[in-house]
Write a protein that binds this ligand. Sequence first.
Ligand SMILES: O=C(O)c1cc(=O)[nH]c(=O)n1[C@@H]1O[C@H](COP(=O)(O)O)[C@@H](O)[C@H]1O
Length: 308
Amino acid sequence: MIDRLIKEINKKQNPTVIGLDPRLEIIPTFIKEEYFEKYGKTPKAVGKIFYRFNKEIIDSIYDIVPAVKPQIAMYEQYGPEGVESYIRTTEYAKEKGIMVIGDIKRGDITSTAEAYAEGHIGKVEIEEKSQDIYNQDAITLNPYLGFDSIEPYVKYCKKYDKGLFILVKTSNPNSGEIQDLETNEGKLYEKVGRLVTKWGEELIGESGYSQIGAVVGATHPEQAKELRKIMPNTYFLVPGYGAQGGKAEDLKAYFNKDGLGAIINSSRGIIAAYLKEENRSRFSEHEFSLAAREAALCMKEDLQKNLF
Ligand SMILES: O=C(O)c1cc(=O)[nH]c(=O)n1[C@@H]1O[C@H](COP(=O)(O)O)[C@@H](O)[C@H]1O
C-alpha cells in the first residue's frame, strides 16, 4: 500500500489527501432540498446527500490528488444509511483510481480487533464469496491498548497490501495531556513513535517506507522534528493543515530529505471552500466542487512553494 501511495504522490506531484468529512451544514442547499423532497428529512436522505456531495468532490479532484480520507463518524451518526453512503463513497473513489485512507480510529482487545481488522482491511466470507466491504487502502488506529490490539491488522496488511496510520501525536489542543507525559524513555508520544517504528519493521516496502505509518498533527512541528529522527522509515499522515491552523512553512520537519515521508490532510478547508468569506462572491453554491478543486490546487502550490 505504501509503495502504491508513494507512486501516486509522485505521479501527481502532490503529497496531500482530501478529507471527506461531510456535515449537513456545509452541504449546498440545492442538494439537501432535492433529497429531502424525495425522502423527507430522514437518515436515508442524508446518506444520499452525502454521497451526491462526495461524488462531485471526487470528480473534481481525482486527477490532482492521490488519496481521500473519509472520516467514518460523519456517516455512522446516521446509522446504516450513513454507513452505506460511506461505502458507496469509498467504492466510487476506488473506481476513479484514487486511494482511500479510512479514518476509523479503532483500538480494542485482540478478539475484537480481529473483527475490526477482517471487516475493514480484510475480506469477509459471505455467500461463499470473500468481499472487501469497505474498499479502504489504509485505516487509522489508536494504539493505546498496545501491540496485541494492533497485531490482527498487521496480518491483513501483509495479506492484502493494506496500510495503517497509528496515532502518535494528534493535532488537537489537548493532545499533550496524555501524549506529552514524561516516561523514563522520554515523552509518551516518543515512546509510541518508537513502538510504531518497531511494529512496522517487517512491513517495509520497496520504497523504504513501512506499511505501518503514523498520525502526526500539523499543529506540532517541534514534536514532528523529534519524531522524524526516531521514525525515518515511517510515513506520516498529517492532519491539521488549514482549518486547525497548521501552516505549510511549518511542515518541512515532517518530510525526509528524499522529499517523501508525509502526506498532508485537509478536510473542511477543501470541501467547504465555497463557504469561505473570500470565496462567497466568487463561487455560487452550485460551484462548490470548483471551489474545492481550486482550494486543492492552492494547497498543492502552497506546499510546493514552502517545502521543496
Ligand atoms: O486521524 C486523523 O485523521 C486525525 C488525527 C488528528 O490528530 N487530528 C485530526 O484532525 N484528524 C482528522 O483529520 C481531519 C481534520 O479535518 P479538518 O480540520 O477539517 O482539516 C478530521 O477528520 C479529523 O478527525
